[in-house]
Design a protein around this ligand. Structure first.
Ligand code: HEM
Length: 393
């Protein structure tokens, strides 16, 4: 397939490749003042959280409710991240969730790391999927932001951080290069990691049907969005991390805002169901691990023998057969290795030693119960004569 200039979204190319070049120029030519450094870090978190707590968890997923004051703050913050309007971003994100890993998924991780990180914005994409965004269309603020997005984004991404540093401590140039441009590059790639790194690195904690994974490193880079397997499984949950020790500053901010009434009705998927998902994957892993071990022939697949036939087999073949819980075991090769001694096993041949094995003589541990699985010989059919049933000897 040949790519022509028409296939490329040039405005995205200018923003995505122009900003790192300007930032590098800034680093090479402008000294970084301490207040500007801290302002850049602060503004990084502010605009990054505008995306994670605002664009993502509030607008795209409606995982909590918020007052207009909070909406204003996160809308302004998210606009400063220059990642498109809420309407554009939220639409793409809802499509991503609905069609994850398919051709309709704009960030389809199956097309490779680079595609999901940045390629999908550089190449024009056909609108081949629909999703409900009526809530965006009916919100006057979202409509306003969409309509005047370019002006608002330029103001919040570059002019506002420059004004703060310029008016605050006279560092106009540093404010522009560091809090404006360089900060924007970091916010961009941090967010892009949610689409790339979070679909590439980590564990399938709740489901392995699709690519999203959980990893601390991704969470660290993305302000807490790295528990992505959880997020795709429970997208309406306002959290990404559910353990207290997991890093999810976005969740902490939303929760703190709820303490002063700015956010409310924080949605959480029922703990019971979350744990079911976790156990589902653990069971799957255990089943995989079990395939690598020898569990002997399953009891249902064993041939069946009556007690008389067992006796006849011993006489015919010289095999050392004994019976425990209606299963016939061949202990011929185990005699010399039995930790309880050869004598006990020898005396058990041709008898039902269920009681002795389970405590009559010695209550065997798991080790013995696991070991005996590979000694299964037959299933016992019918009863054992009373004189062949051992009690405590
Ligand atoms: C297929 C049959 C059997 C297997 C695979 C087996 C295996 C084992 C193993 C692995 C142990 C070490 C400790 C433990 O795992 O609990 C053990 C200990 C022992 N077994 Fe067995 N056993 C079998 C049948 C019997 C029977 C029928 C008797 C008695 C009639 C017996 C008597 C003992 C005793 C007394 C010990 C304790 C040794 C000690 O720690 O002093 N075992 N057996």
């Amino acid at each position: 397939m040949t790519i022509t200039a028409n296939d490329i979204d040039w405005k995205h190319v200018v923003i995505l490749f122009g900003t790192p070049l300007i930032a590098l120029y800034g680093f090479a030519t402008t000294p970084l003042q301490t207040p500007t450094f801290w302002w850049s870090v602060l503004y990084y978190f502010f605009t990054g959280l505008g995306i994670t707590a605002g664009y993502h968890r509030y607008w795209a997923h409606r995982s909590y409710d918020a007052t207009r004051i909070w909406q204003f703050i996160i809308l302004a913050a998210g606009t400063g991240a220059m990642e498109g309007s809420v309407k554009w971003w939220g639409r793409g994100h809802r499509i991503h969730h609905r069609f994850t890993d398919t051709d309709k998924d704009p960030y389809n991780a199956k097309r490779g790391f680079l595609w999901s990180h940045i390629g999908w914005m550089i190449m024009k994409q056909k609108k081949n999927a629909t999703v409900d965004i009526s809530d965006f269309n009916s919100d006057p603020w979202i409509r306003f932001q969409h309509k005047y997005y370019l002006y608002l984004a330029v103001f919040m991404a570059f002019i506002f951080p420059t004004l703060v540093a310029g008016l605050g401590w006279g560092d106009w140039v540093g404010g522009f290069f560091f809090a404006g441009v360089a900060r924007l590059v970091f916010v961009h790639h941090a967010t892009f990691c949610v689409n790339s790194l979070a679909h590439w690195l980590g564990d399938f904690t709740f489901d392995d049907k699709r690519t999203p994974k959980d990893h601390f490193l991704t969470a660290f880079v993305t302000l807490g969005e790295g528990y992505h397997n959880f997020h795709h499984e429970f997208p309406a949950d306002y959290r990404n991390a559910i353990q207290f020790y997991q890093y999810d500053p976005t969740k902490w901010v939303i929760w703190c805002a709820s303490l002063i009434g700015l956010t409310y009705n924080l949605k959480m998927f029922p703990h019971n169901e979350i744990e079911k998902g976790r156990l589902f994957m653990q069971e799957k892993k255990i089943a995989e691990a079990k395939k690598k071990l020898d569990y002997g022939v399953a009891v249902e697949e064993l041939p069946s023998l009556t007690f008389q036939e067992v006796k006849a087999k011993i006489a015919e073949t010289g095999k050392q057969l004994l019976i425990i819980s209606d299963v016939v075991y061949d202990v011929s090769k185990f005699m010399d290795d039995h930790p309880g001694g050869k004598g006990f096993l020898k005396a058990s041949v041709g008898r039902d030693v269920t009681v002795s094995f389970n405590g009559g003589v010695y209550d065997h541990a798991n080790a013995a119960r696991n070991l005996m699985q590979s000694m299964r010989y037959a299933r016992l059919e019918g009863a054992v004569p009373a004189n062949a049933v051992a009690k405590e000897d």
